[in-house]
Design a protein around this ligand. Structure first.
Ligand SMILES: [Zn+2]
Ligand SMILES: [Zn+2]
Length: 442
């Protein structure tokens, strides 16, 4: 921002803006004591106010002082950008939070591309700022006047939603956060990029494998065509993004899709959600390995060492094996009846029916053991937590034997789901070995 500062009218102004940029609170205050009118000056060329400069440079003390001196938070520069937009652009989370506290308007549009602070956070990939703006949108009047869902899918001057920008810029964390907050996975762009592109087209164009994964797991349609009639697969091929193209190839196996239309899935608590999401990712990774096997592309090894962790768990709690797959540990419990299963089997149960984009509703699955309606899933209590209670292990054992007795007939419906689910994790307890051959049939 050096050149703007040199455009200051006087040396006094120049000194003032330099002090703001450097975060020198003392110098800023003494400059204001000498000339209080500096507070409302702006740089000549970009019309940046002191608040813009403080926000863009993450100078939260100076920013707070300016706000206390009743500088309005939504002052505009030449491009009609607010300080909040600049803070979100540069990832200055403390300034974003302070501006939101001061009542900064999240529904302002700049004059460059008609973008909001949400677009800026998504485009530049600052997921902490994105989260802060989304939280503000949920708690402020925006939610009442606009509706939160509409805000998440807000379009810029070219028809791009924050999700479009995040995938185009290869920001998988932001992509996940936006989808989790109700961003429409199939939204078409207006004029942005190639007209009529979906987020999946833009991810294919950017070659971001993690974004492609996220979008597919949220039900993005591989067969949707843009205005020039291309499916995302064509776009990835043209750009030479081979691994993306392999996953986008309509003839390769379909990924598991997060069952977001299910009410109890949208109401999961954090821990249960994390377990199910991890199971989904693991299942889809297995699928990817099969798709990419024999191609020139290999996947980067995952950051987490899932195998080591799983081994620990299965050794530690041998008696808590899931009664459906007899392979994994029970981690999820159906509230009410108390029946337990592993995260993989829970997910297979919920993903059994593919969501219909037209109705956006899924038939809710029943508990595979007692056929009661599932109203809520929680994390299963582990043995360690039960240690204080002497009767509990006995109780659990009796419940388990009841599970097997009652449930056997209900397993039939689930076994077909397990077939499409694949042999999760690849750990072989021969029980599910038969399903191996039916997996990945196109
Ligand atoms: Zn299981
Ligand atoms: Zn049950």
């Amino acid at each position: 921002m050096g050149q703007e500062l040199s455009c200051a009218r006087s040396s006094q102004e120049h000194e003032f803006f330099s002090a703001v940029r450097a975060g020198d609170l003392e110098a800023v205050e003494s400059a204001l004591r000498r000339d209080a009118s500096l507070l409302h000056q702006a740089t000549i060329y970009d019309r940046l106010s002191a608040l813009h400069i403080a926000a863009a440079n993450g100078r939260v003390e100076v920013l707070s002082m300016l706000l206390r001196r009743s500088v309005i938070p939504d002052v505009l520069n030449r491009s009609k950008q607010t300080p909040l937009m600049l803070a979100a652009m540069h990832g200055k989370i403390a300034c974003v939070q302070r501006l939101l506290q001061a009542g900064a308007n999240i529904l302002m549009f700049d004059s460059l591309h008609g973008r909001t602070c949400l677009h800026y956070a998504a485009y530049y990939g600052h997921s902490d700022c994105l989260q802060a703006v989304l939280s503000a949108a949920q708690s402020t009047s925006v939610a009442d006047s606009w509706g939160f869902a509409r805000f998440v899918n807000i379009r810029d001057g070219h028809g791009a939603t924050p999700l479009h920008l995040a995938v185009r810029q290869r920001r998988p964390n932001c992509v996940h956060m936006l989808l989790d907050n109700g961003a429409l996975v199939c939204a078409l762009t207006g004029g942005y990029g190639c007209p009529g592109s979906t987020p999946l087209h833009l991810a294919a164009r950017g070659g971001c494998l993690d974004c492609v994964r996220e979008l597919l797991a949220w039900g993005a349609d591989r067969l949707q065509r843009d205005a020039s009639g291309r499916i995302p697969y064509d776009v990835a091929l043209k750009r030479n993004h081979g691994a993306c193209a392999a996953l986008l190839n309509p003839s390769s196996a379909e990924p598991l899709v997060w069952p977001s239309p299910l009410k109890f899935i949208s109401e999961l608590d954090r821990d249960a959600k994390a377990l199910l999401e991890a199971a989904l990712m693991e299942a889809n990774r297995e699928r990817e390995k099969k798709i990419l096997k024999g191609t020139a592309y290999s996947l980067p090894s995952p950051a987490h060492s899932a195998d080591g962790i799983d081994d620990d768990i299965s050794e530690a709690s041998d008696t808590e094996l899931c009664c459906i797959c007899f392979d994994q540990v029970c981690t999820i419990e159906v509230q009410g009846c108390g029946h337990q299963m592993c995260a993989h089997c829970t997910l297979a149960l919920c993903c059994h029916s593919k969501p219909n984009p037209a109705t956006s509703s899924l038939p809710a699955p029943a508990c595979p053991f007692c056929r009661s309606n599932i109203a809520r899933l929680v994390v299963a209590k582990t043995r360690a937590e039960d240690d204080g209670d002497n009767g509990s292990s006995k109780q659990r054992r009796s419940r388990r034997s009841r599970n097997v007795g009652e449930g056997s007939s209900s397993f039939k419906g689930l076994s077909s789901a397990m077939g499409s689910f694949g042999k999760m994790g690849g750990r072989g307890s021969g029980r599910m070995a038969d399903s191996k051959d039916v997996v990945d049939k196109p």
